[in-house]
Design a protein. Structure first.
Length: 94
């Protein structure tokens, strides 16, 4: 699968009286019962073969996803490679 071209642009301001809410890696981790570092590892570990969905917003250095994308992220997690796929420490020979 060819990687999709991705650009990052400055976002427009919200309309008066509106604040947009996004979920971060901490909240995504709670969906799966894992820590935010595990979500961060998913983003880097599978970047070349099974990229994590791109964030909708970046605040400083913190990525954020629309809550509406929960199903997409759950499908991504369900289809990610299982244990032993793509690395890890080699088993010791006995």
């Amino acid at each position: 699968m060819d990687p999709v071209e991705h650009t990052v642009e400055d976002g427009p301001p919200a309309e008066a009286g509106t604040t947009y809410r996004y979920v971060d890696m901490v909240e995504i981790g709670t969906w799966f019962g894992i820590g935010h570092r595990a979500v961060a590892n998913w983003r880097t570990r599978y970047a070349g073969t099974h990229p994590f969905p791109e964030p909708d917003v970046i605040i400083g250095r913190t990525p954020g996803w629309s809550r509406d994308r929960k199903g997409e992220i759950e499908r991504w997690a369900a289809s990610r490679p299982g244990p032993g796929a793509g690395g890890g420490r080699p088993r010791k020979e006995r």
